[in-house]
Design a protein around this ligand. Sequence first.
Ligand SMILES: Cc1cc2nc3c(=O)[nH]c(=O)nc-3n(C[C@H](O)[C@H](O)[C@H](O)COP(=O)(O)OP(=O)(O)OC[C@H]3O[C@@H](n4cnc5c(N)ncnc54)[C@H](O)[C@@H]3O)c2cc1C
Length: 474
Amino acid sequence: MSQLNNQPPRIAIVGGGIAGLAAAHRAVELRPDCAVALFEAGPRVGGVLSTVERDGFQVERSADNFITTIPWGIDLCKRLGLEDRLIQTNPAYRRTFVVRRGRLHRLPDGFLMMAPTQMWPLAVTPVLSPLGKLRSAFEYFIPPRQSEEDESMAAFVRRRLGREAFDRLVEPLVSAVYAADLERLSLLATLPRFREMEREHGSLIRAMRRQMKARPKGASESGARYSMFVTLRDGLTSMVEAIAAKLPPDCVRLNTTVERIEREGNAWKIETKSPHPKEEGGYDAIILATPSPVAAKLLAPLDAALAAELAAIEHSGTAIVSLGYDDRQIGHPLDGMGAVVPAVERSPILAVSFSSRKYEHRAPDGKSLLRVFVGGARRPDLAEMPDGELLPLVREHTEKLLQIRGEPAFVDIAHWPGTMPQYHVGHKERVARLRAMLAELPRLELAGNAYAGVGIPDCIHGGELAAERILKCF
Ligand SMILES: Cc1cc2nc3c(=O)[nH]c(=O)nc-3n(C[C@H](O)[C@H](O)[C@H](O)COP(=O)(O)OP(=O)(O)OC[C@H]3O[C@@H](n4cnc5c(N)ncnc54)[C@H](O)[C@@H]3O)c2cc1C
């Protein structure tokens, strides 16, 4: 299509989380003349991303880092001039603990989310019983599933590695990332590479061994440019602020909730609620980068079937309780990045991150910062439990687990109800249906964590792709 009225395209972006910001940034990067308006309901940009600095502690209230095995997070940081602000996980503490019967044990070395790269650490781990270990090793001989259909994470892992490895290793690791019910979590929408390994090599163990053998001699994580996860020295808020600073003045409209969108001829009209209402002219294109339930509400008058698909994506919530202690109060050496807690332990805690070990500069000298995750599909009530009830519950379990005595020097509680989209079995097909329906609504795009990945790099990529698709129309 040619450019409408020969004017630079006017693009409205709804939602100022990382996905909406990445979309706005990409649009301006590719077409500096385009007029972008980014509507954000809240008083600041960043959505769930939020760093606070208090009493010498630097606390990430939700995400605290992003993965580097996909390029989009690092790439954006480079384009923002933030490369020298990226920091790596502390190499001295690159290990994770898993709780068994109330005690912390090292996760077997080389156990990558759901497949062992080394058999010896698995053979000697106290986390599994002898029978459980035998059953996991038997994975080598289990024939691959023939069907192409999606299946739940729980079904896949039990089928390949057995019930105990699922309950004691995979379930806690995956729950800590997706805050999901693994009986419903889609394998194909979250970790499809494990299905590919099964298909290609017949077994996860065989696939991992071949991959390790194929690596160039001497290759190790320490030789890589970045650790598997990185963050920014000044916190993830510094990334969203850097993006906002690259946008034209007046582009970002804070405290402005989009309540209705409609098409008028070739243009999109937007109705907003804000303390300083402003006449919103028409837009040539629109990107909805809100959580999917909001997109469903906005699209319902335009396409009921599309709205129904969006509304069907369920969400879970979490809360993060950050606790700072004097090092002398903590009995456990905290010699790792954190611990995950299996559901079978019946603890309210999903995971504890040893934040000030994982990354430097998180706590004043002589103090440690812990971030305790609760809620998810396992205990949805905890995401919204009043602080007065949540704090004592979390403290009791954390302090027992890590042998902590006395009062915390620092507390911060962040609630994130309904923020984690649940990629249930069939999610990929749902997103394909959404995309097909979207094609019927010209110059409208969706971005955000509900569709093709919940992690920050995926959200950035989704926002950037949405902007690129929109600009192709002009
Ligand atoms: C507790 C927690 C921990 C996490 N940890 C990690 C991690 O360590 N690493 C990682 O990679 N990912 C992590 N994630 C996931 C990742 O942070 C999120 O998936 C991602 O930041 C979501 O970005 P988004 O832009 O899609 O949505 P959001 O951040 O939810 O932004 C959506 C925005 O839309 C706005 N909005 C909603 N309705 C309207 C409206 N009608 N009008 C205008 N604006 C509206 C909202 O106010 C919000 O600002 C974590 C998530 C949570 C909740």
